[in-house]
Design a protein around this ligand. Structure first.
Ligand SMILES: [Zn+2]
Length: 255
């Protein structure tokens, strides 16, 4: 990995705890007798006054493209690491509200995500536990020299792309949960512009390299459509507020 593409560690991250679970989550539909289904009007994040909010005018569609002379795996590695730090940071801003009581399951719309342990056994966990599983697993991977090599001459493993896809899948779950369950709090903190910007950058990057299964992301298609379509300023334009985007672009401002 190219070290200069990496960001310094962010402050205010969620605390990591190591756990024995392997990183093999699957999702399944929420039970009909489960938590009450959310209604359309709950989707406050779709309101135009909020969807137009961004922290930068950077055009992400051009920004996510693999630059010439940069190795594909290096590009995937540096961006994935950056997205991990930013999703982690974004979640940490609302983590005090994401409690085992408030978020008893990791649910987004009518989809519920479960964690699977190393034997493939379904683990019943709350949303904060699920996020902790995600963050600690990804942290472990992105700091593993055998998976995300940073030293000159070290090769990426043959499983690298599939690992990146898994990381993206779990980061997507966390972003979707923030929108679905904590948008109100994000609004109160006036961080929705950051969330939208991160989401657009992340989705367009994943789209560019086919890192997310469309079936996986269908649960947020309405938001994706609004934020990433041409009508949503092509995933680029912002509201003119200050800010430097969501990370990796700070290092590659060639636009
Ligand atoms: Zn929550």
């Amino acid at each position: 990995m190219v070290p200069w593409l990496l960001l310094p560690p962010l402050s205010g991250q969620v605390g990591f705890t190591h756990h024995p679970f392997l990183w093999t989550s699957k999702k399944s539909k929420a039970k009909p007798n489960g938590k009450k289904p959310a209604t359309e009007e709950k989707k406050m994040y779709l309101e135009p006054e909020y969807t137009k909010s961004r922290i930068t005018d950077v055009g992400f569609k051009e920004l996510v493209v693999l630059p010439r002379e940069i190795d594909l795996n290096e590009w995937l590695a540096s961006n994935t690491t950056t997205f991990f730090h930013h999703v982690n940071l974004q979640y940490s801003t609302i983590s005090e509200f994401c409690t085992g009581e408030a978020c008893q399951t990791m649910a987004v719309c009518n989809t519920q995500y479960y964690w699977y342990d190393e034997r493939g056994k379904k683990v019943k966990c709350t949303a904060p536990q699920y996020v902790d599983f995600v963050m600690s697993s990804v942290q472990k991977l992105v700091t593993d020299e055998d998976v995300f090599p940073t030293k000159y001459g070290r090769e990426f493993p043959s499983s690298f792309e599939s690992l990146v896809k898994k990381i993206c899948k779990y980061l997507f779950h966390v972003l979707a949960h923030i929108y679905w369950s904590h948008f109100k709090e994000t609004l109160a903190l006036e961080l929705h512009g950051h969330l939208n910007t991160l989401y657009v950058h992340f989705i367009l990057f994943a789209r560019e390299f086919n890192l997310l299964d469309p079936k996986e992301t269908a649960v947020m298609d309405d938001l994706t459509e609004v934020l990433c379509s041409a009508g949503g300023r092509g995933g680029g334009g912002g509201d003119g507020a200050s800010g430097g985007g969501t990370g990796a672009q700070n290092h590659v401002k060639e636009r």
